[in-house]
Design a protein around this ligand. Sequence first.
Ligand code: ADP
Length: 295
Amino acid sequence: MITIHDLMQLTIRNLSKTYSNGVQALQDVSLDIPTGMYGLLGPNGAGKSTLMRTLATLQEADSGTATLGDINVLQDKDAVRRVLGYLPQEFGIYPRISAVDMLDHLATLKGIAGSQRKEVVSALLQRVNLWEHRKKAVSSYSGGMRQRFGIAQALIGDPKLIIVDEPTAGLDPGERNRFYNLLSEIGENVIVILSTHIVDDVKELCSNMAIINGGRVLFAGAPEAALLEMEGKIWEKSIAKSEVDEYHSQYKVISSKLVAGKPIIHILSDENPGNGFRAAAAGLEDVFFSKIMAA
Ligand code: ADP
């Protein structure tokens, strides 16, 4: 018998996967993922989808283990699917049928009895704020509405593990905010893994995170712990566009962004580098880029 208490942690140990073309998408990945929102941050090609798809029982790993409470994730696939909600990166073709009919259909597939289904579907549509639009075809939805619909379908059946793969890519800032609010309401008593290449997603939402690149874990822990590691080591300077290359060759530049058309660079240095640099507060972007550069 699986109790809620047993489901509170996902433990991943030494997970590895090499595709037939030789790409090592996961290399000895070990993570402890507690209840709440967990950010899996990495650039494109880092191995995030491979990890998400493996946990969602959609593909096999070569070696390693994953356990969710009592469930052996890599072997007891049916048991995982009973407690899993998954929002894939590519949702495939959006159906031309209405959101309410589509959710009803998906709820049937998930085994929700006819007598409860109407209530479950209505509650979900209200929860993701699509009630007014329930009779419109999902194919006519905006990007933000589609993602909220995606969350509604992932929530069918009261999942304990929710996996959302790159959910905010392509959303405008307003849609992204609405989506953040929705996700933050969900992640209280369940494990929500949010895979993303967008640092802000993690900054806004996640109490724990991992940074991965090249299939390896570069950092795992609380975002604040990562920021603490960087404290006093980030220096910034506003420079001319023509100086960018020169600074890149002289310093460990971890990021460069334009502010009002002028580049502001961040460098990593234990000591005050002088030369007009000033101390800057470390942000999660600094953590992300410095971990990736150091790997
Ligand atoms: P992310 O989700 O972080 O962008 P992926 O897990 O999709 O990363 O990909 C990790 C690496 O594995 C990339 O180099 C990608 O090209 C490669 N890859 C992903 N899927 C396959 C596949 N089915 N066959 C071969 N290589 C793949």
